[in-house]
Design a protein around this ligand. Structure first.
Ligand code: GDP
Ligand code: MG
Length: 166
């Protein structure tokens, strides 16, 4: 299996850390950077028969509805339309309206996996369940995976879910 994977989410949820952890922690990596007008290729991970190409996207800023913001969102939406799987990253314990603000930009016709990052710093598990439930009412996520990009928690599970949906 082989495919493009975009990591999206509001600023500061750990998108870059997650991308680096997924690509950097493995020995069988062919890491490279490339620049296109549409999206940046963050890294390539080759594992046995599977190859993942991770695409970096800027953090969605949905608070301001200005023309510049709409244009940026259009660029991100176009980039999302070209990948096979999307990983929507949110932050365990630090819920924000910015998370739900990303939802309208998620592609309806591709699998989107919700990665709940920073579970190492999670204090209130009940709040986590409530928040994830609310997000799942707003979008038909293909899977939900709690992870810690920083502490390498459940990253294998996330990779398996991505591969399953490629
Ligand atoms: P981005 O803006 O979404 O790309 O977020 P970054 O990857 O730059 O991370 C933002 C901050 O969150 C940094 O200080 C990271 O060290 C921290 N961070 C990322 N992942 C984790 C995690 O799994 N656990 C904890 N505790 N902090 C994390
Ligand atoms: Mg970043």
């Amino acid at each position: 299996r082989c495919g493009f994977v975009a990591i999206v989410g509001r600023p500061n949820v750990g998108k870059s850390t997650l991308g680096n952890a997924l690509v950097g922690a493995k020995l069988s990596i062919v890491s490279r950077k490339a620049q296109t007008t549409r999206h940046r290729i963050h890294g390539v991970l080759t594992r046995g028969p599977d190859q993942f190409v991770f695409v970096d996207t800027p953090g969605f800023q949905t608070r301001h509805g200005g023309a510049m913001n709409r244009m940026m969102n259009r660029v991100v939406t176009q980039a999302l339309a070209e990948v096979d799987v999307v990983v929507h990253v949110v932050e365990a314990g630090k819920w924000s309206a910015g998370d739900a603000g990303v939802v309208p930009l998620l592609p309806q016709n591709r699998p989107v996996i919700l990665a709940v990052n920073k579970v190492d710093a999670l204090k209130d598990k009940n709040a986590l369940f409530a928040y994830v439930s609310r997000l799942m009412e707003q979008f038909p996520y293909a899977a939900v995976v709690p992870v810690s990009a920083l502490r390498d928690v459940q990253l294998e599970v996330l990779l398996r879910e991505i591969a399953r949906h490629l």
